[in-house]
Design a protein. Structure first.
Length: 121
């Protein structure tokens, strides 16, 4: 007798899927795909920001140690912008995950449209 395989990346299934919030496998799939889209947007936005911040001094020829206002350097400004981008995308990621979970947990058949954050039935 073979033992069932368990993935560490997917939750264990106890009982029937109908007894879970959201009702069916399609609802859980919707939740997983919403999480995947949110992670992808988070990584792409932050990677693009990092590439832009690293590439900007190279393309413009302005050293990051150049003073832009008093003791404030261009590198400090770029670092602050990267931090703001990270915080903004983290907050957006968290909100989209909470919204996706609420929709899934309510048992509704609402699929999230990641492009504009609106639900569609």
């Amino acid at each position: 007798m073979e033992s069932p395989q368990h993935s560490f990346f997917e939750p264990r299934r106890h009982g029937t899927q109908a007894s879970r919030p959201g009702g069916d496998e399609n609802g859980l799939h919707t939740l997983r795909s919403a999480a995947s889209r949110s992670r992808r947007r988070f990584v792409i936005a932050n990677a693009a920001g990092w590439v832009a911040i690293v590439g900007l001094p190279v393309l413009t020829g302005i050293p990051v140690g150049t003073h832009v206002a008093g003791e404030l350097t261009a590198g400090t400004v770029l670092f602050a912008l990267q931090g703001c981008l990270l915080l903004t995308t983290a907050v957006h990621f968290d909100r989209s995950q909470q919204e996706a979970y609420r929709e899934w947990n309510s048992g509704g058949k609402v699929a999230l449209n990641s492009a504009n954050g609106e639900g569609r039935r």
